[in-house]
Design a protein around this ligand. Sequence first.
Ligand code: NDP
Ligand code: BG6
Length: 510
Amino acid sequence: MSDTQRHPFLHGLSKHRGAPPTVVVIFGASGDLTARKLIPAVYNLGVDGLLPADFYLVGYGRKPIPDDEFRGLAAEAIKEFSRRELVPAVWDRLAARTSYVAGGYDERPAFDRLAQHLAEIEKQLGRPLQTLFYISTPPSVFAPIIANLGASGLAARYVGEPHQAKVIVEKPFGKDLASARALNATLRGVFEEHQVYRIDHYLGKETVQDLLVQRFANAIFEPLWNRNFIDNVQITVAEEVGVGSRGGYYEQSGALRDMIQNHTMQLLALTAMEPPVSLGAESIRDEKVKLLKAIQPLDLGPNGDVARAQYGAGMTGGRKVRGYLEEEGIAANSATETYAALRLSINNWRWQGVPFYLRSGKRMARRVSEIAINFKRPPGTLFAAGDEFDLAANTLSFQIQPDEGLGVILNAKVPGLETRTQPVKMSFRYATTFGSNTPEAYERLVLDAMVGDGTLFIRGDETEASWRLCTPVLEAWAAAGPQGMDTYPAGSWGPPAAETLLARNGHHWR
Ligand code: NDP
Ligand code: BG6
């Protein structure tokens, strides 16, 4: 059965970006994410002419904000955070259709007021609108919002029709397997799965989408993409920033929940999944789930598959920075990891015996997200590494950010009258080929949700598969508390334990 037969309103990755007349309702509209990402994303879609002609934006939150003030805040957000300048002609049109509704997230009558507000917009317009609810609040109020969308009938707007209501749910989606299951159950009680868009903004990044194109639109990779040719795979999502002002959130989270369970596992799934039968949302997500389910439970013993650490004081970007335990809002005896590394084994025909190493940390040497495919060495019959030949194993690296691009390490002959070799890098860089100023992840994702394309969102079973793998690690770390927590100097590449994780297989981080 094809995707569109299974879910008639769920399209796959397509060229057609036309969204039906839509009203986007943002819960948590006075928040940080709304200002930094969501309003600029909507604005830039407007600049590109990708918003439907009948497009409305409604902010919702507990704080009473007059419509005019909300429009003013939105304009400020665009000036400060948009990748493109505020063009009055575009903004004025959008501003005229922007409004705000005040109400609590667990206040049932407030949702009736919201329903009334939407009905008034439609009455003025004279036609129905698709409603896209964007839940951009702290996770503590995800469930009450969803319940009230159900109880007020808002979730069932135009049910069964192409413009039926949809909901985007921000991360974190749960804090472990049990809470993710509970949140899925809450959603299922109110929405059909094809109305639900669980966001992972990494999937909206250009380079992450390009992974699919590189893998499946080029014939040279697939024959090599398996245990016969690949020695190991390393996925790094390193940040230079520390926890900043988000200590309160981060203390409840840590690197495994904040980055590995979602962003890094998504990179892994796209790298290692089987070719999907089509570009349909369900085909791609079916393959990702299959892959996540094939990952073996982790060995949590002393020489096992995991490493964790906190950053200590150090240097980043040429300045001294304090350690995690000295950051604002962090407990003096905090057991929250700011760095996590995993060694994963995928038990399927393609990958058996190929270790996949994942790492993510804050306050690392530099900001870099990269997927490195390290190939096996050629038989050393002609060129053997040693004094005479400087040889590297071939590596294909997807540079997710910054300096987005693709690189291949090859061995080349050094020009001269004797035969000497040297590793060289062949590169493709987005900025050089396509120029910069590419759309931000949230632009793509908001548009996709409006259009009804769920490909770059996480399905319910997918998030559970990922939590199933991570939850035992979180439980073991919670039981151990700060005992066994490593440290690494801010500005370094992580703790020695993460090196040992690879050294046991004769590998080292690139
Ligand atoms: P904020 O802390 O800024 O909260 C958003 C809004 O929610 C606030 O303006 C406030 O609005 C309301 N709110 C805040 N605290 C509470 C509370 N305890 N109970 C009820 N309502 C509350 O969050 P962000 O905008 O930073 O993040 C929103 C969501 O997006 C979160 O789930 C976060 O994990 C996710 N996210 C955020 C990122 C970011 O960079 N900020 C990055 C990736 C994901 P009011 O008082 O008006 O109701
Ligand atoms: C968010 C995490 O999901 O991703 C943050 O909560 C992290 O802690 C951020 O800094 C990184 O995103 P990006 O797009 O800057 O790599």
